[in-house]
Write a protein that binds this ligand. Structure first.
Ligand code: TPP
Length: 339
């Protein structure tokens, strides 16, 4: 791959492959947001890799003019981990869907986060299996009728950000497919974080689950139903930012307050601290109709990444015992011949 000798632009990250998503799919906006953001990060195509599992969203690597792997269902975390460990200089982005990442890949998702491999993990959440024509997924709401739940789903849905926090993810964020400039900001923040960065992206599947997020994303209700958090800033939302979240006495839950009502002032509103894990849990689980849904970087508190620990451990081992000999390792020790 030859990177031109001039600053890269969005176009440089567009591949020559025909994009094969349905018209109106939210994936287009996410793709454009990534292609728009990468040049700003000053990265090169040679050092960028997109790894995906299986699903519509997982077609992503074909459309990027970078290196990429379209791997097996749910196993992108394993391949992405291998890529990063083999060459820590690479910037590795992982793209997965709610079905790919939370159903067949749920186990791998959990472990890549707890290991804290330096990856940017993007989960496109359309609350449905798109590629296989609309079966329910682990994020589908109770009652959703699909070909595999004709009488309505009975399963409690997973909240991906809560799961990521529970798995000890050190960077957890949430965005929206159509809110592309904020998505770009989230990509920048995720890229700057050393360790696993997880971004849940609410994405609309116009064919199999159209409008799944309308109650949060429609323009006329967005200000009431979206709370955009920013480190160090009060948790305000609503038209004219007159509503806010106040930590209830004891700090175990939050309540919605309105500035100017009952003597409430901005000083009563909680201030976002992205290093506060308890607050992150509270924010991640906020749901309509009682609360707005929280967006932005809910949690960011870096610790050394897995790949850096592996690299350091390998260096110590080589220093202590010399470079290894794979041939000797395989042929040495207790071996026998089966005849
Ligand atoms: C081992 C295996 N099991 C099942 C499938 C069928 N399959 C392909 S994609 C998919 C789900 C994709 O859903 P999601 O991750 O939500 O992605 P979307 O298509 O909605 O972007 C399934 C079950 C498969 N390809 N391989």
């Amino acid at each position: 791959m030859d990177t031109p000798n001039k600053p890269l632009t969005q176009k440089d990250f567009v591949s020559d492959q025909e994009v094969r998503w349905c018209p109106g799919c939210g994936d287009y906006a996410i793709l454009a947001a990534i292609q728009h953001t990468l040049p700003k990060l000053g990265v090169t195509r040679e050092k960028t890799v997109f790894v995906s599992g299986i699903g519509c969203s997982s077609r992503f690597p074909y459309y990027m003019s970078t290196y990429g792997f379209h791997t097996i269902h749910g196993r992108a975390p394993a391949i992405a981990t291998g890529v990063k460990l083999a060459n820590p200089e690479l910037d590795v982005w992982m793209v997965t869907g709610d079905g790919d990442g939370l159903s067949i890949g749920g186990n791998h998702f959990l472990h890549v986060l707890r290991r804290n491999v330096d990856l940017q993990i993007l989960m496109f959440n359309n609350r449905i299996y798109g590629l296989t024509k609309g079966q329910y997924s682990p994020t589908s709401l109770v009652g959703l009728k699909t070909p595999s739940t004709p009488l309505g789903s009975l399963d409690m849905p997973i909240n991906p950000c809560l799961l990521a926090l529970g798995a000890n993810g050190r960077f957890v964020a949430r965005g929206i497919d159509t809110s592309t400039s904020t998505l770009g900001d989230l990509f920048v923040a995720a890229h700057g974080h050393r360790g696993s960065s997880f971004i849940e992206i609410l994405q609309n599947c116009p064919v199999f689950n159209d409008g799944a997020w309308d109650n949060v994303t429609m323009r006329d209700i967005a200000s009431e139903n979206q709370l955009w958090v920013e480190h160090g800033k009060p948790l305000l939302f609503g038209k004219d930012k007159r509503k806010g979240l106040r930590l209830a006495p004891g700090g175990s839950h939050v309540e919605v307050v309105t500035l100017g009502e009952g003597g409430v002032t901005e000083a009563d509103v909680a201030v976002h601290d992205q290093t506060n894990r308890t607050l992150a849990f509270l924010l991640a689980q906020l749901a309509l109709p009682d609360f707005p849904m929280a967006f932005g970087v809910l949690y960011c508190d870096p610790v050394p990444s897995y790949d850096s620990a592996v690299t350091a451990q390998n260096a110590t081992a080589v220093e202590k015992s010399g470079a290894g000999d794979i041939d000797r390792l395989l042929r040495g020790g207790h071996t026998w011949r089966v005849e």
